[in-house]
Structures are given as C-alpha cells and as structure tokens.
Design a protein around this ligand. Structure first.
Ligand code: NDP
Length: 507
C-alpha cells in the first residue's frame, strides 16, 4: 500500500489535505477533484469534507470510492488471498507484531489525529492507541505460538477411523467501521482477519477516515504484502456495494442496528459470514451496599466517555432507593464539574460530538424526550469559547416514563437517565427490559449478589465495580439487537475462519 502523501507530515498541521478514494494493492487508486463538487455525471458529490470536531473547520477532504474502485479493491484482495492464506501463521504473526510496534512508535501522530478529527481528550486518544496496539500484539502472539492453527485430533467412539478438526481462513473480508472508535474498531477487525489468513477491504467512516489512512500507511510499512489490506472510502452507497460484492466471503460491520439489518439481508444472498456489532441501551446498577463515590465515577465514565458516543454507554442508571438521594447529589456535582472542551484545554474531560449532524440528532432526541414527559434533572455546561465546535453539555434525566424514547432508544450522545429501584429483581427486570444486550455494570460490595446479576443480566459483558475495561483476551459482542458474533479473543479469530473436519480410515 503506498504512502499517502498528505500523511508524510502530520495532517493535523495541514490545511486541505485530500485522502484518495481508495488504496488498492499497494497504490493510491484514485486522486482527483474535491470540494464536494458534483461529479461529471451530475451525481452525488465525489468528496466529503473532514472537519476538526472542536472548531468545525474543514481540514481536508476524502474522495469517495465508487462501484469501479470497490470492485477493484475486492478483486485485489481476492487475488492475494491464496498466497496470504498459505503464508505460515508465524510469518503472518511477525507482520502483526511489526504493526503493533509501529502503532506504538507512531503513538503521538495517531493520538493527535484522533484528537483533531474526533476532538477526543488526550487521555481517551492515547487509550485508543494503546488498545489498537494491544490488539495487534495479542493476535501476533496467537500466530507466533501456532497453537490456534494446529489441527486438533478428535476422540472418537470408533477405532477404525481417526479424525481431525482444523480451521481455514474464510476468504475476503469486508470490514466496515464507524467513527466513534475508528482506530480501535479497525484493529479489532483487521488484526484477527490477517491472523486468520483472510485478506481484507476496509471501509472507514467518512467522518474519521484520516485515522484509517494513517493506519494503512503503518500496515504498509510493516511489510504486509500489497493487496492483503485494501481500503475504500465511504460516503453514500459504498458500504452497500462492498457487502453485495460476490467475491466477498465475510462481512464484519460495526454501526447502527438499522444498517446492521441491511448488511445481514445483503449477506443472506450469498450466505456470506457476518459479524455485527450494533447498538446498545445498557444499564449501570447501583445497589444499596455500593460505594457511592465509586458508583458516581463509574456512572460518569459509562455515560460520558467519548461524549457518550459509545455502543457500550451505560446510559440507563438504576439506583437503589436507599442511596438514591446521596447518589444524585454526588452525580450532579460530578456532572456539573465535567470540563467540556477541545483536546488541549485545561482539565478537559469531555470532547465534542463527531459532527454537526450527530449533535443535532442527539439534541433533537432530548427535545422529543422532554416533550414526551421526561424531565432534565441537571446538566453540565459548555464554555462560550467552544461555540464553533460540535460540543454539547452532558444531560441527566431523572425518572423518565418507561416508554420515553430517552429510556428506550440508543441516543449515542452525552445523555443519561436515572431511575430508582427497591429490589434486585426489579433492577434486573428494568435492566433487561430492552431488545439490546451489549453490556452492563453492577456496583455492589456483595460478591454473591454480583454473581447473581452476572448470570441474570442479559448482556455480552458484565462489569462489576470496574470501569469499562476491555482486553483483547476477552470477547466483545452482544445479545439480541446488539448484534451477532464476537470480536476479540479466540472467538474473534475463529470468526474469520471456517471450522472443518476430516475423518480417515485407519490402516
Ligand atoms: P450507521 O451505522 O447507520 O452507518 C452508516 C455506515 O453503514 C456507513 O459505513 C455506511 O457506509 C454503512 N452502510 C449503510 N447502509 C449499508 C448497507 N446497506 N450495507 C452496508 N453498509 C451500509 O451509523 P451513522 O454513522 O449514520 O450513525 C447513526 C447512528 O448509528 C448513531 O447515532 C448511533 O446510534 C449508531 N452507531 C453505532 C455505532 C456502534 O458502535 N455500534 C457506531 C456508530 C454509529 P457508506 O455510507 O459508505 O455506504
């Protein structure tokens, strides 16, 4: 994959960079017009402006890939598949190890880029880099010890045959990643895909694609052969074109449940394998025996990290009656103290939303929720100096009606709802009263109670008295409308492999 000229110096310092529409088999496949102009045929704009989320300023442009480039990218991945799949796992692992090391070496550039396009506070941007590097390290180590790739002998009830279970790369994987954790979500998909022997076509979000372009540059520098990782920029219909391509064998999509349903319908045409990581409406439960100070810290982190733009946001906070008043008083103090601002402002704790449209969407949901009977208990504030960025103050709603959209729907912004409960049964019923099932947090001093919650909460991952920790060794994914399949861990690797068996006659 060729170096992107605009990224030879940190894009953060450049005005008006242009990201080519695609990076295919080692070459930037397309550069050309920009400025969102109508294309020659009078169709949709052929480039999307990329903004600094903290200032609203246009800092660059990303050209859109169309049908021809999507086809070229998939064919490049298909052509390279046989040789990459046949490459020894240890050799693939060596490339992944190199990528991890280069991510670490480029920590400052990657973090700066995330801060620029997403407005993430420095700590959050740095955690994202660490997470991406850890993911590549984990899958590199799996490849290097080769255990995950060795055929496994089967114990059979018939001594006239022997049996083996083995795994093989699914094929060409289409990876569609969103804007909220661009580098992280991308690492969660690319690392296991490459470890398994799949080749990929990556489609970043048009809002944050500079991060993936820099990552692609790193992957190239790590010596991954041309054509193994290809990239097409989105904007309009690229995702649909990519998922429908007949040479794509596997789709891994992270985004809204609405788009995930479309992806699954498309995949059904050719029985493509799918992993879907979709929405959530998760609960944080504060029991009567909880350390309230810790509960408030976890509530602030669970609802307002990344300005609440997280599928894992625990934005439904359930608090036992006995500690409700104490919790609300401390929560109000904490929320009012959240410093909302650009990445380099003093003590910043929360950045902007990713774009004007997302902020308008979230604000509109709050207005609709209030009109339908929800009341805002308290909110934070945004400094006037932030007026040009996509900032929004954190909002806390108390005791919304059970059918209020702020209680039932994913908001994907800095909005949390609090409700009280009397019994564990009531708390579990309230937490599970959703068709999503991604995560949950329980704050309690009682280990036995925590265990009951762990079993009875309908969620892919339950945190007990911890912040939202995620390690590559665990799996990520949800129940119900939160998606299908698991990312990370061994299951993440297996999701890019077909499970196969062979039986052989003895003698
Ligand atoms: P969507 O998830 O709805 O995303 C759009 C993405 O889906 C783009 O990459 C688009 O690509 C692709 N896409 C759309 N239709 C199809 C299709 N038929 N087949 C394949 N790909 C398709 O998110 P938005 O960014 O529009 O955000 C809307 C809401 O989604 C947010 O407010 C939030 O609630 C949720 N969301 C959830 C995330 C999560 O982590 N679970 C992450 C981001 C958003 P293209 O336009 O290039 O074709």
């Amino acid at each position: 994959m060729a170096t992107i000229s605009t990224l030879e110096t940190p894009p953060a310092r450049q005005d008006g960079f242009v990201l080519p529409a695609a990076l295919i088999a080692g070459m930037p496949a397309h550069t050309g017009s920009r400025k969102g102009a109508e294309n020659a045929s009078g169709g949709a704009p052929d480039a999307t402006p990329i903004c600094n989320a903290s200032t609203g300023a246009v800092i660059g442009w990303q050209e859109h890939a169309g049908a021809a480039l999507v086809d070229e990218a998939v064919r490049a991945a298909h052509t390279t598949l046989a040789s990459w799949r046949a490459t020894a796992p240890a050799a693939r692992g060596a490339r992944l190890k190199k990528i991890a090391e280069l991510i670490d070496a480029n920590r400052a550039r990657l973090a700066a880029l995330q801060m620029q396009v997403s407005g993430k506070p420095p700590l959050e941007a740095d955690i994202d880099v660490s997470d991406a590097a850890a993911t590549f390290h984990y899958y590199a180590d799996l490849c290097l010890d080769a255990q995950a790739f060795a055929p496994e002998a089967l114990a059979l009830p018939d001594d006239t045959v022997t049996g083996e279970r083995f795994y093989e790369a699914v094929g060409v994987a289409a990876l569609i990643v969103p804007w909220n954790f661009p580098m992280v979500t991308t690492a969660w998909k690319i690392a296991p895909a490459l470890a398994s022997g799949c080749t990929v076509v990556l489609k970043p979000s048009e809002l944050t694609s500079p991060v993936e372009h820099l990552l692609a540059e790193i992957i190239n520098e790590a010596g991954v052969p041309a054509g193994v990782v290809n990239l097409v920029n989105g904007g309009g219909e690229v995702g649909a074109l990519l998922t429908a391509h007949p040479l794509v064998d596997k789709i891994s999509f992270t985004g809204s449940t609405a788009s995930g349903k479309k992806v699954m319908q498309t995949a059904a045409q050719d029985m493509k394998r799918v992993t879907l990581e979709l929405g959530g409406k998760s609960a944080l439960i504060v029991r009567a025996d909880a350390d309230v100070e810790r509960a408030v810290t976890l509530a602030v982190g669970g609802a307002f990290t990344n300005a609440g733009q997280m599928c894992s946001a625990t934005a439904r906070i359930l608090v036992h009656d006995d500690v409700y008043r104490k919790f609300m008083a401390a929560f109000e103090t904490a929320v009012r103290a959240i410093v909302v601002g650009p990445p380099h402002s003093t003590n910043v704790a929360m950045g902007p939303l990713v774009c004007a449209a997302q902020r308008a969407r979230v604000q509109s949901l709050v207005e609709q929720g209030v009109q339908a009977g929800a009341s805002v208990a308290f909110s934070g504030s945004v400094d006037q100096a932030c007026a040009d960025g996509f900032f929004m103050a954190p909002v806390v709603v108390a005791e919304p009606p059970a059918d209020n959209l702020l209680w039932t729907d994913e908001v994907f912004g800095p909005v949390a709802c609090v409700k009280s409960f009397r019994t564990d049964e009531e708390a579990i019923a309230l937490a599970n009263d959703t068709r999503y099932g991604l995560v949950a947090t329980v704050v309690t001093a009682d280990r036995e109670a925590a265990r009951r919650y762990q079993t009875q909460l309908r969620a892919g991952l339950v945190w007990i008295n911890t912040p939202q920790l995620i390690f590559p060794q665990i799996c990520w994914g949800g129940l119900g409308l939160s998606g299908i399949g698991r990312e990370l861990g061994m299951a993440g690797l297996r999701s890019y492999q077909e499970l196969r068996h062979a039986l052989a006659a003895v003698g």
